[in-house]
Write a protein that binds this ligand. Structure first.
Ligand SMILES: CC(C)(COP(=O)(O)OP(=O)(O)OC[C@H]1O[C@@H](n2cnc3c(N)ncnc32)[C@H](O)[C@@H]1O)[C@@H](O)C(=O)NCCC(=O)NCCS
Ligand SMILES: Nc1ncnc2c1ncn2[C@@H]1O[C@H](COP(=O)(O)OP(=O)(O)OP(=O)(O)O)[C@@H](O)[C@H]1O
Length: 199
């Protein structure tokens, strides 16, 4: 029986960093962020819906979506964010389930679904166990501003568009506290996977 692990957290809490650690244990990861880029490529249904709603101003010269421009709109307007979600999420879910089922059929011991909005979108029933990657607020803001070279205002608008990570931690089966070093997080993950008898 394959254990389906949901990996979530808040923006810049370290989901991608921890998902690379699952790779090291040879556990496959299905990445919702990656899929959300694939399903909005030119010609896809969600791409056309986005242009219809947000206009041609959010396109780059090569006709691909200008994610920075679209992000500035939706992270400052909840209604518009909901609209965007309604175009992108169904296609992401479909692809995610297909990939999950592939790994289950192939008999993998575990598969990870890395889903930033696992709780906000009520997707916990897709998985057997949930790991939340937690980080304290100050560290989160600092890492997000550094990674995205963004202003404090921009970073806060993104953070505030999600459920606080402390609230997510309370809903988790297990928490990796990524406020310290990456090595420290690796050790925490290793302990969880041993407990679950996956490694
Ligand atoms: C708004 C967009 C264009 C910004 O793109 P950008 O390349 O700057 O960010 P990226 O996609 O890498 O997302 C970075 C992080 O932002 C957060 N985030 C993204 N979308 C959302 C959202 N709709 N609501 C809350 N947080 C979000 C997540 O923590 C995600 O990990 C893009 O995030 C998007 O299309 N979002 C809608 C789809 C979505 O919900 N994706 C996240 C999981 S499927
Ligand atoms: N333990 C750590 N120590 C120092 N830097 C870290 C640590 N964990 C993550 N980082 C850095 O913090 C930033 C955010 O981490 P990461 O991109 O993994 O977060 P994320 O949760 O996947 O973000 P998003 O929600 O935007 O996809 C990155 O620049 C990453 O290199």
């Amino acid at each position: 029986m394959t254990v389906v692990i949901g990996l979530t957290g808040s923006i810049a809490s370290g989901k991608s960093t921890v998902s690379l650690m699952f790779d090291e244990f040879n556990i496959p990861v299905v990445d919702a962020d990656k899929l959300s880029r694939k399903v909005v490529e030119p010609g896809k249904k969600a791409y056309n819906q986005i242009i219809e709603e947000f206009g041609h101003d959010i396109l780059r010269d090569d006709q691909t979506i200008d994610r920075k421009a679209l992000g500035t709109i939706v992270f400052n307007d909840e209604e518009k964010r909901k609209k965007l979600n309604s175009f992108v999420h169904p296609a992401v879910r479909e692809e995610m389930v297909q990939q999950r089922d592939f790994y289950v059929t192939e008999g993998y011991k575990a598969v990870v679904l890395d889903i930033p909005l696992l709780f906000e979108s009520d997707l916990a029933h897709y998985v057997d166990k949930v790991v939340v990657v937690y980080v304290d607020e100050d560290t989160q803001l600092k890492r997000l501003m550094e990674r995205d070279k963004s202003t404090k205002e921009d970073a806060l608008s993104r953070i505030n568009s999600q459920m606080p990570v402390s609230q997510k931690a309370k809903k988790a089966d297990e928490v990796v506290d990524n406020s310290g070093s990456k090595h420290d997080s690796y050790k925490q993950l290793e302990t969880i996977l041993r407990q679950w008898k996956i490694i």
